[in-house]
Design a protein around this ligand. Structure first.
Ligand code: HC0
Ligand code: SF4
Length: 573
């Protein structure tokens, strides 16, 4: 252990700890802007400068502790230097906070308030003016609000192994952009939104779909049906001051009803349906010498990554549509028939933790009879905005249930939202179908947790099934490379495009850099889903009575002709 003093407080921390982390331990929050734990640690913005008695101030986020160090984080000189830093940033920032997507959640805004910056025009002068890039179906980039911290660049490059955004130009003309100034839509962006999650300001945000959804809700000629994704319930509460890690399923259903949706269904239902279809596909591939490993296909950022960077694995992708697309297809076929509404008059809105789902919903592969399976996708953040706009007192709502049949799910459907959840749900069902035995211990803990690549061998009857789980596309790339090289062989793989899986998708409530030093949203939000699973009366998809009834009355068998027509698709490079 290393012993040092920070602002008069003595602390002991392991060697290699940074002064920033040591200070946090001593109860001192050193301001940061470019720092993002585990993602961007470059010491560039100079907000976290501290005085160690050395000739120059050091950047605490990259400064390792040393024995006997005496650190001052809060001297008049340091405070003044930080303020000047902020004033200079503001001199080239549009400062239109009122209509900014990040108003009240912006780290720059917060810091100006915390550090008492009271003259925002101190260095008024020439400003860069940039066009807003809003051509992508998922992501909007507004460089007028960019502070060049490079957190988005690190997320795109390192966490996602995509690297389509980076610094260009020099000096005052430096900006973040894509090669040849192309819009994000024209480069190999996978729409994951991890750049948004990393951004401290309003320079990156999702393409707004709330106006379109309000219009649908106001259109009397349409039956508007909503379905929230598994991960939304694990984080929506954060937008209303409810502690991270609390699932708000009942309040969410109540809020959706109060917003005016005609039916409040649940993507978890179709997650159970996906397990029936994908589990059957897996058993079929095993028995009939099909392409293995089978790789899950429910994360649209991952699909785009596979198509773009690993097209040789396209035959490995499951032909299953993602659950919310399956739900949309079933709403516009099975449910439409049941209630006697023309599918043309039904509009399906998905609430997703994901920005790539906006792109996915527009894919021509994902429709039926000339109608898109899903009409609009809003993120968790956009749903929170709509709830606030409607004046709904979310925190005090009663718990309500989803509407019957397409809103009924098991615990297996719920855990889809966390990395490893789809694999665990699939194993629960595949095991029982193959062995015809009851699985007593349904928790497959080997595929839980936040390790980048997880693997396990599961005994299913006579067969040792090798499974792997990757989350975040950089981890997926590592895993696929190990298969390409012949180093590893698996039967079944789950890939989710975002690190942590959907619970930390690019559409989830923003977690500030300071908060990420205190807790890990991946773990806390996943725990909310695993808790919900543990408390469900049914925890296996094939025990979902409404799914079984739909097979009996409508689809026939899993992977039947009709199931293929409605619930499966094919991707090509
Ligand atoms: Fe997910 Fe999904 S689990 S991708 O992360 O499979 O977005 O939550 O809705 O569709 O169910 C996201 C989350 C979903 C889908 C499901 C899958
Ligand atoms: Fe990179 Fe994902 Fe952002 Fe696209 S959405 S720029 S892939 S981080």
């Amino acid at each position: 252990l290393v012993k040092l003093t920070i602002d008069g407080v003595s602390v002991e921390v392991p060697a290699g700890t940074t002064v920033l982390e040591a200070a946090k331990k001593a109860g001192i929050n050193i301001p940061t802007l470019c720092y993002l734990k585990d993602i961007n640690q470059i010491g560039a913005c100079r907000m976290c400068i501290v005085d160690t008695g050395a000739r120059a101030f050091g950047a605490a986020c990259v400064l390792p502790v040393a024995n006997g160090m005496n650190v001052k984080t809060n001297t008049p000189k340091i405070r003044e230097a930080r303020r000047v830093n902020l004033e200079l940033l503001l001199s080239n920032h549009d400062k239109k906070c009122l209509d900014c997507a990040r108003n009240q959640k912006c780290e720059l805004q917060q810091m100006c308030q915390d550090l008492g910056v009271d003259d925002v025009d101190k260095y008024k002068g020439k400003m860069n003016e940039y066009d807003i890039d809003d051509l992508s179906p998922s992501i909007v980039r507004n460089n007028n609000k960019c502070i060049l911290c490079r957190r988005c660049v690190a997320a795109c490059n390192n966490t996602q192994a995509v690297g389509v955004i980076g610094p260009m130009g020099r000096g005052f003309k430096t900006k973040i952009g894509s090669a040849w100034e192309q819009p994000l839509n024209d480069v190999a962006c996978i729409n994951c939104g991890q750049c948004i999650a990393a951004c401290p300001t309003g320079a990156l945000y999702e393409k707004d779909s709330t106006k379109a959804v309000w219009d649908l809700l106001n259109d009397e000629t349409k039956t508007v049906v909503v379905q929230p994704a598994p991960a939304v319930r694990a984080a929506l509460g954060e937008e209303f001051g409810i502690p991270m890690g609390t699932s708000v399923t009942g309040k969410m259903a109540a809020a959706l009803r109060r917003l005016g949706f005609n039916k409040v269904f649940d993507t978890d239902w179709a997650a159970d349906l996906t397990i029936m279809e994908e589990g059957t596909e897996f058993i079929g591939r095993l028995n009939n010498g099909g392409v293995l490993p089978l790789i899950t296909s429910c994360s649209p950022g991952w699909i785009k990554f596979c198509e773009t960077y690993y097209p040789d694995f396209i035959p490995n992708l499951s032909s299953c549509k993602s659950p919310h697309e399956m739900e949309g297809a079933m709403i516009k076929s099975y449910w439409a028939e049941k209630v006697g509404i023309d599918p043309k008059d039904i509009k399906v809105v998905s609430v997703m933790p994901c920005t790539a789902k906006k792109f996915e919903a527009k894919r021509p592969e994902l429709g039926h009879n000339g109608l898109a399976d899903v009409d609009e996708v809003i993120t968790t953040r956009e749903l929170a905005k709509m709830i606030k706009e409607a004046g709904i007192d979310f925190a005090n709502l009663p718990d309500e249930d989803f509407d019957p049949v397409l809103g009924e799910s098991t615990g297996a459907g719920v855990i889809f939202g966390a990395t490893g959840g789809v694999m665990e749900a699939a194993l629960r069902t595949v095991y029982e179908i193959v062995t015809k035995e009851t699985l007593d211990k349904v928790d497959f803990t080997a595929v839980r947790g936040i390790e980048g690549v997880k693997e396990a061998t599961i005994k299913v009857g006579d067969l040792d099934v090798n499974v792997a789980v990757a989350h975040g596309t950089a981890n997926a790339a590592k895993l696929l490379d190990s298969i390409r090289s012949g180093e590893k062989t698996y039967h079944f793989i789950e890939v989710m495009g975002c690190p942590g899986g959907c619970v930390t998708g690019g559409g989830q409530p923003i977690v500030s850099a300071q908060k990420r030093m205190e807790c890990d949203p991946k773990t806390l939000r996943a725990a909310a889903l695993y808790n919900e699973d543990a408390n469900k009366p049914q925890r296996k998809s094939h025990e979902n009575a409404s799914i079984m009834a739909v097979y009996k009355d409508y689809l026939g068998e899993p992977n039947s002709h009709l199931a293929h027509e409605l619930l499966h698709t094919h991707y090509t490079a």
